[in-house]
Design a protein around this ligand. Structure first.
Ligand code: FAD
Length: 386
């Protein structure tokens, strides 16, 4: 058993840390508060190939292993979690297209997605269905060489910048069980009838919009049916969400790590009753708890990632990592805020942003109760991990 990153992974992490130091940290607080879209950071991420982290090298991507992918999301989230969102759902979908897309879909989209020329995301959630994806209403009816798609998707991150968006639809609304009638269509965003109708206001996760997308009798070529076979969409999406959940777990670790580092630095510098607050045992206990939990979350995340790289099914592992790491991020940001006293509540420091960004980790890519159900299903199927 080896808990250490490889030399390449350490070197890669340093590159990402330098990018965060030079391009994200200097602007994060101001742009996040102002609601500025981080166009220069997006340009830099394109230059670095970060839109291609899950695109195989043969299509011009970096083809990263899943542990390295986790490193990218942890490090970027330490600087500003919203930026991780820009390549988050993009990477989920490029990985999904690489794994299950037809040859034509892969050669058509992946090279341009790897460079960020064509951007993407994932459109699953609807106003009346999030956890219960089999309850979606968006309908695709075959008509000659195309599908006619009608429905509304909501909370779709990156939709405003997407060139093409994988959309979960029902191709057979009467299928039993319902998931057998579900498919993913690659919807080109400039097709007539596609409208990004509004951006949703949100507590955190600023920097990238999460939007409502209305599909009003949009004609989608049948060639854009992901994988070329109807009825596979739910499976494709579920498999995509496995690595999506590792991505969210890694972002949560990043939030927790940043909360810890800022708390440590502040505790050494802030004085009360004539001594640094780090000398008070009550503060030390908090620091010890945050550090222990963040490290446990990181190891769980890397373990789930390493199992994915070993080619195993990792729904239970990814669920555990996301469940634990997101709760750690919430606790760590709150405890760090307590250590910072009044300054922790101030918009002049970053703790309040960590505290606002953390709860999304417990909601996105499946709420934590849904993760518990996934874990329980794994336990009942395979027995406990030993
Ligand atoms: C900022 C942001 C960005 C997002 N980006 C995207 C995106 O890019 N693409 C996309 O498709 N979606 C996106 N989402 C949507 C997100 O994935 C959903 O919000 C999430 O899956 C939960 O679905 P819901 O909001 O419909 O909640 P609901 O499903 O209505 O759940 C409400 C509550 O009921 C609980 N619950 C539901 N079913 C069960 C059950 N069987 N057992 C126990 N408890 C249950 C849930 O845990 C939750 O506590 C985003 C959401 C946010 C907030």
């Amino acid at each position: 058993m080896d808990f250490e990153l490889s030399e390449e992974q350490v070197a890669f992490r340093k590159v990402i840390q330098e990018f965060v130091r030079d391009h994200i940290r200097p602007v994060a607080r101001e742009w996040e508060h102002a609601g500025t879209y981080p166009t220069p950071i997006v340009a830099k991420m394109k230059e670095m190939g970060l839109f291609g982290i899950t695109v195989p090298e043969e299509f011009g991507g970096l083809g990263l292993d899943t542990v390295s992918m986790a490193i990218v999301f942890e490090e970027i989230s330490r600087g500003w979690m919203g930026i991780a969102g820009i390549i988050g759902s993009h990477s989920l979908s490029t990985r999904m297209i690489a794994r299950v897309g037809t040859d034509e879909q892969r050669t058509r989209w992946l090279p341009r997605m790897a460079t960020g020329e064509v951007r993407t995301g994932i459109a699953l959630t609807e106003p009346d269905a999030g956890s219960d994806l089999q309850g979606i209403k968006t309908r695709a009816v075959r008509d000659g060489d195309s599908y006619v798609v009608r429905g509304t998707k909501t909370w779709i991150t990156n939709a405003r910048h997407a060139g093409v968006l994988p959309v979960l639809v029902k191709t057979d609304p009467n299928a039993e069980p319902a998931h057998r009638g579900m498919s993913v269509l690659l919807v080109e965003m400039d097709a007539p009838g596609v409208t990004v109708s509004k951006d949703l206001g949100k507590l955190g996760y600023k920097g990238t919009e999460s939007s409502e997308v209305v599909l009003d009798d949009v004609r989608v070529p049948a060639a854009n049916l992901l994988g070329g076979v109807e009825g596979q969409g739910f499976r494709h999406v579920a498999s995509g969400l496995e690595t999506g959940r590792i991505n969210i777990a890694a972002r949560a670790v990043g939030i927790g790590q940043e909360a810890l580092e800022q708390a440590l630095a502040y505790a050494k510098e802030r004085k009360a009753f004539g001594q640094p607050i780090a000398d008070f045992q009550a503060i030390q206990l908090k620091l010890a708890d945050i550090a222990t939990e963040v490290q446990a979350a990181r190891l769980l995340t890397w373990w789930a990632a390493a199992r994915t790289d070993a080619g195993r099914r990792t729904d239970m592992e990814a669920g555990m990592a996301k469940l634990f790491a997101s709760e750690v991020a919430i606790r760590a940001s709150l405890e760090s805020m307590r250590i910072h006293g009044g300054y922790g509540y101030s918009t002049e420091l970053d703790i309040e942003r960590l505290y606002r960004d953390a709860p999304l980790m417990a909601i996105g890519e499946g709420t934590n109760d849904i993760q518990r159900l996934v874990i329980a299903r794994g336990l009942l199927r395979e027995g406990p991990l030993t």
